[in-house]
Design a protein. Sequence first.
Length: 81
Amino acid sequence: MSDTLLPEAFAEPEPFAATWCLATEPERYERRLASDMTELPALYDVGRCPEPARRPPEPSRPTTHDHRDPHARCRRERCTR
């Protein structure tokens, strides 16, 4: 039999299992309050979802209007009539 408390898929948080696998929420809450502030960030980092891969930026496209002046198009159209 294995010495682990968690299934194999959860190998990363296994070092925290002996401390944090408590039966009730009040027990976990008390454990958290009694914890040192140096150990909590490590626990939270293991529980955090990995950042999704970022998409590469879209290639720049020529624009038909000037974003700095929202009325530039109206002025151009009035001048060409």
